[in-house]
Design a binder for this molecule. Sequence first.
Ligand code: IPM
Ligand code: MN
Length: 375
Amino acid sequence: MKTHKFALLPGDGIGPEIIAEGKKVIEAAADKENFAVKWEEFPFGADHYLATKELLPEEALKDMAKNEAIYLGALGDPRVAPGILEKGVLLALRFHFDEYVNLRPIKLLEGIHTPLANKGPKDIDFHVVRENTEDFYVGIGGRAKPGKNKQMLEVKRSLYSVKFGLDIDVEKDEIAYQIGVLSRKGSERVQRYAFELAKKKKKNRVTAVDKANVLTSVYSLWREVFEKVKKDYPDIETEYNFVDAITMWFVKQPEWYQVVVTPNMFGDIITDLGAMIQGGLGLAPGGNINPDGISMFEPIHGSAPKYKGMNRANPIATIWAGAMMLDEVGETKAAADIVKAIESVIKEGKTLTKDLGGTATTSDMGDAIVKKVVQ
Ligand code: IPM
Ligand code: MN
């Protein structure tokens, strides 16, 4: 019997509760499809950080790499300043394993309410392929006060002498900057992934997102690469959407979209909107994918600290992310079984968590999905 090895990172807040349900469902699907699963659990997240000051040690990365994929709950905790866990664990993992694709299916399941009037499951069914290692996420940035830094003072002086005269106030004139970086290689690989996905899913349109009308340096490179990559896929229609416009079109005409490929930060923003039109954050899964390496699967929502330990969060996003993980390691049948089970539980409408208007607990939902999987 084949055994798949997965690293398990429950994380913070509701992470441990939802990941427990995901694990349960994956094990049920494995039983049914005759393969085995082995988990290696890692403690990283807020509690571990507060107790040890450790975020993600080298050794652990090596141990994680002995697994086929990583299954992550959620990270973030109000006791830790924003950015520490997100950058120190989540982004560190995405970057370390070079998971350059963030794949986010936007699919409205039968029986789920979308806030979009007159739209149904046939209208909301596409994939966002978000670049996952570049752009404003590279972490190049800083802050400077002119009076404290001689070079900065000179920059400000020349700027200010042209623009505003020479008045320099150390406090008021502080500046902050953050740089978005795209590489030709990074753009090409994620765009190619989007076209390959379109081919695999028998879709015929790829939409590239950018803001090339303003951020002309980075997104002209993005477009140049897209023009080149699309030549290898003559049967697939292509177009560009500016990021502001695509948020409007997601609401007005979601049925237009098939595969959307986007730089990192715009992808972050538009997939929260995507999650809402598919019924809410509790239903939106994502995969951080390195097609030739170790991928990581997680719900796209956060750790919802205020619901921690209450057994009330919706585990579907995490369970669905688990299905994506099985798909990625080649267990396509088990993956499909899980998605079908989620759909059928929702359609029946007997087991619904609070966010879906029901009274079921996190574990009730996991149990209901397990029941359908093994049927
Ligand atoms: C997401 C999250 C992360 C991101 C944060 C927590 C770093 O918002 O996965 O969408 O910005 O990518
Ligand atoms: Mn996000």
